[in-house]
Write a protein that binds this ligand. Structure first.
Ligand code: HEC
Length: 161
């Protein structure tokens, strides 16, 4: 009896192992490209006190231009020249980012999402981080005809869709 149960259990294990191996192989070949793995969940995890922080330079006329320069220097390499996203990092033109409060974006810059490839920017002086926030918030999708609202987070050219 015991032997029979053991044998049964053994077959079940082999079956499970094979299913797992098959599933893993499928995953490896059918896995979506890395860019589809971005889900913006970190934005929802920002502590509410940090999220409520006001942007002290929101109304500073030069901060969008200053932020644009900083973006070129530090961010475009991963997020794309127009913040449209790419292989390394998600688009910042999507609603999840554009609807985030300035404080949320500031916190995200300050803390990064290191385990998912977004660096920490706490070494940039605070005013520069706020300039970056101001710049990113100025990129609302509606202002950008090259970023149609039906595919705001798809970095592929229209032909590849
Ligand atoms: C080395 C590549 C890299 C650089 C450089 C970089 N980022 Fe990111 N960024 C990422 C990745 C990867 C994510 C996605 C993190 C995740 O999945 O949560 C991200 C996420 C974000 C998000 C939030 C969206 C989300 O996914 O939650 C914002 C906002 C952002 N980055 C802004 C910036 C700004 C502004 C700069 C320049 C100061 C910058 N990033 C530089 C890789 C980068």
């Amino acid at each position: 009896m015991t032997a029979r149960i053991l044998k049964l259990a053994g077959s079940a294990m082999i079956f499970l192992a094979m299913t797992l191996a098959f599933a893993t192989a499928q995953e490896n070949t059918l896995a979506p490209p890395r860019k589809n793995a971005f889900d913006y969940t970190q934005l929802a995890k920002v502590p509410s006190k940090a999220a409520m922080r006001r942007n002290p330079i929101e109304n500073d006329a030069d901060s969008v231009a200053a932020g644009a320069k900083l973006f070129d220097l530090h961010c475009a390499e991963c997020h794309g020249d127009m913040a449209q996203g790419g292989h390394k990092a998600p688009s910042l033109l999507v609603r999840q980012v554009q609807d985030a409060t300035p404080g949320t974006l500031f916190w995200l810059l300050t803390n990064g999402v290191v385990r998912r490839g977004m660096p920490v920017w706490s070494k940039l002086p605070e005013p520069q981080r706020w300039q970056l926030v101001t710049f990113v918030k100025s990129l609302a999708p509606a202002d950008r005809p090259q970023n149609p609202p039906d595919a705001p987070n798809d970095p592929r050219p229209p032909g590849d869709r």
